[in-house]
Design a protein around this ligand. Structure first.
Ligand SMILES: Nc1ncnc2c1ncn2[C@@H]1O[C@H](COP(=O)(O)OP(=O)(O)OP(=O)(O)O)[C@@H](O)[C@H]1O
Length: 629
């Protein structure tokens, strides 16, 4: 238990300076040990019952070696097979009694673990609900997306792990103590001299094991944390593969995942090295006594130890002590460290992180620096930002084309809105423009360069040409600064904080940044609402140097006012803008509107389209009431 505490205390503290982290771990360990002892001492009756049933279980250990020795000495070796069989029956009876004791032990352990779980659940559900209540009204948080349910669900999952690990710990430590007691009593009953052979190596093995517990628990904890971080990173990445490709963020995401893989491998290597020490402890404490017993057999026989007693002692060593020691070593090293990590997190209130979320002072009421619009017309004003010539696209050779022979030109710095009914091909067009789909026929050029999907190098080039923000925005676990800067070229110097804050301010995400604790605040994608994720993705796109921005309903989770603010930010930013519009207000802000309507697809201004496109008139009429909301 003490070692578990040691492990838990340091969760996430590795980022702090070593001495402070160690002091924090020590104090948390003491707190955890006190809390654990307090929890046990408040249940004396359960403990007494557990000890009683464990003693019965240990009687089986005692009976096994002792009855075997008697069966040999008084029965089979003495020429009385009936006596031998009778003693073997005693051993069998001992097995039955032991099994009964074990069943009752499980019941008593449940009496300990269930209250522990209830206590933890009460605490974490309370805290989860508190977080949910305080999250209500958070700007950008969509209705029904209060984080409380997610927090509570993750915390209760950790409570389940804590309960199972605690049960495992109680079982192995109790089993070892009572098995040891049963075996030692048995050896004394057979021949006290046997203790001289068994006890010293056993104690030495236990001492080695005790010495490895702390470092082992620390390595185990580091490994668990690294493993979870890797799983979380990979899980987030896999869910967001399309968005990662859309953002052109493959390279930075690859590096992030690679860092996690390396960290996990290092943690696993360190754990494996300490695993050798654990094997050494097992060898000295569990296997060396067997070897000594065999080597010293002639001497023991001279001391008057009978053949039956030797067989009994071997039985104690191989059937009881070695398995119990194995369970103890693996149980304390595994379940103990896991319990330490989980309890540590539950106490810290960090439901899902491998470490505390770093917080920096709130930016406060700083005055935004006016931003000069970027001259994002790389090829000069005469080269269109986007050109489609006879573009046809179908999702398969036999599939009906989504787009047929589409021609379109968006001038440098121009603004295009794309509208159409669901399934008309708006997102498909966005993916084609972003170079993530290849046209079946025709050509697409972005600032004069072909937009083609390709290998990593091509993806990097694409990221410099255009940025696509899809409907479900990708943000990753990391600092806010990392999330904002991931579309910036590797070679460029990190932008000053003021530039990042300007971008955040421009797209209306200042409140969110304050809530996250500033630019070095920690982003947990799961804890953010869809609207908040969109705000971060918009700020990231705003910062990107790409001269073409494609927003595929990228503000669909924002309210109309927030959406307007974000779109005006992109207009001021410079460069060309293509917006897949889901509100008439978006379309009205564009200079040109493309109505995707199969063979009746057309392009024009709002006024022209009201005249010429029945579908556009219908869409505008349908949107009008919502846009006033
Ligand atoms: N990966 C795909 N494989 C096959 N067909 C697809 C795929 N993605 C989209 N489609 C089909 O292509 C057509 C156009 O889809 P798309 O998502 O581009 O339309 P949309 O106008 O963006 O619709 P919405 O407004 O509902 O998002 C639809 O018929 C859709 O079912």
């Amino acid at each position: 238990m003490a070692e578990s505490a040691e492990g838990s205390a340091g969760t996430g503290a590795g980022r702090a300076p070593a001495r402070g982290a160690r002091a924090g771990r020590d104090s948390a360990r003491r707190g955890l040990v006190r809390a654990g002892l307090g929890f046990l001492l408040r249940r004396p009756r359960t403990l007494a019952a557990l000890a009683g049933w464990s003693a019965l279980e240990a009687a089986h250990t005692f009976a096994l070696g002792f009855a075997l020795a008697r069966a040999l000495d008084d029965g089979f070796l003495a020429g009385h097979p009936a006596t031998g069989l009778a003693w073997l029956s005693v051993a069998a009876l001992g097995l039955l009694v032991g099994a009964w004791g074990t069943a009752r032990v499980h019941r008593q352990v449940a009496q300990l673990t269930e209250p522990l779980r209830d206590e933890l659940v009460r605490r974490v559900v309370g805290r989860g609900l508190h977080e949910a209540v305080t999250a209500v009204g958070t700007p950008g948080r969509a209705a029904g997306e209060a984080s409380g349910t997610g927090v509570v669900s993750r915390l209760t999952h950790q409570v389940e792990i804590a309960r199972d690990s605690f049960a495992g710990l109680v079982m192995v430590s109790r089993s070892f103590l009572f098995t040891l007691a049963g075996a030692v009593l048995g050896l004394v009953a057979l021949a006290p001299v046997l203790l001289l052979v068994v006890v010293p190596p056993l104690l030495a093995g236990l001492a080695v094991f005790a010495g490895t517990l702390r470092p082992l628990a620390r390595r185990q904890r580091d490994f668990l944390v690294a493993d979870e971080e890797l799983a979380r990173e990979v899980g987030t990445t896999v869910r967001a593969l399309r968005d990662v490709a859309a953002c052109g963020a493959q390279e930075s995401v690859r590096r992030r995942v690679e860092r996690r893989v390396t960290a996990e491998r290092r943690a696993a290597d360190a754990l494996a090295r300490w695993g050798v020490a654990r094997a050494l402890a097992l060898g000295i404490g569990g296997r060396l006594p067997v070897v000594l017993l065999l080597v010293l057999t002639p001497w023991l026989l001279r001391q008057g130890v009978s053949a039956g007693a030797l067989a009994g002692a071997l039985t104690y060593l191989t059937q009881s002590l070695l398995p119990a020691l194995q369970s103890l070593v693996h149980g304390l090293g595994g379940a103990g460290a896991r319990l330490a990590v989980v309890i540590g997190r539950l106490r810290e209130g960090a439901p899902d992180s491998g470490g505390p979320a770093p917080r920096t002072p709130t930016p406060g009421s700083r005055t935004p620096t006016p931003r000069t619009p970027d001259p994002r017309t790389p090829s000069g004003p005469e080269v269109p930002a986007l050109e489609l010539r006879g573009v046809t696209f179908a999702y398969g050779p036999g599939a009906a084309p989504v787009l047929t022979g589409l021609d379109l030109t968006v001038p440098a710095g121009g603004r295009l809105a794309v509208v159409g009914p669901s399934g008309a091909g708006k997102s498909t067009l966005a993916l084609l423009v972003a170079g993530l789909l290849r046209p079946s026929a025709g050509e697409i050029r972005v600032h004069g360069q072909p937009a083609v999907p390709g290998r990593l190098r091509a993806a990097e080039q694409l990221a410099g040409q255009r940025v696509l923000i899809p409907q479900e925005s990708y943000v990753f676990t990391g600092s806010l600064r990392e999330n904002l800067c991931c579309l910036l070229p590797e070679s460029s110097a990190p932008p000053p904080g003021a530039v990042l804050l300007d971008a955040v301010e421009a797209v209306g995400a200042r409140a969110l940044v304050r809530q996250l604790g500033g630019l070095d605040g920690w982003v947990d994608p799961v804890a953010l609402s869809a609207g908040e994720r969109q705000q971060l993705a918009l700020a990231r796109a705003y910062l990107s140097p790409a001269p073409l921005v494609v927003l595929d309903e990228a503000s669909s989770h924002l309210d109309p006012a927030a959406e307007e603010m974000a779109e005006y930010a992109f207009i001021r930013r410079g460069g060309a803008l293509v917006v897949i519009a889901h509100r008439i207000s978006s379309a009205l802000r564009a200079e040109l509107i493309l109505v995707l309507d199969g063979e009746r697809t057309c392009c024009g201004t709002h006024a022209q389209l009201l005249e010429s496109s029945a579908l556009y008139r219908d869409l505008a009429a349908g949107w009008a009431p919502q846009s006033r909301v």
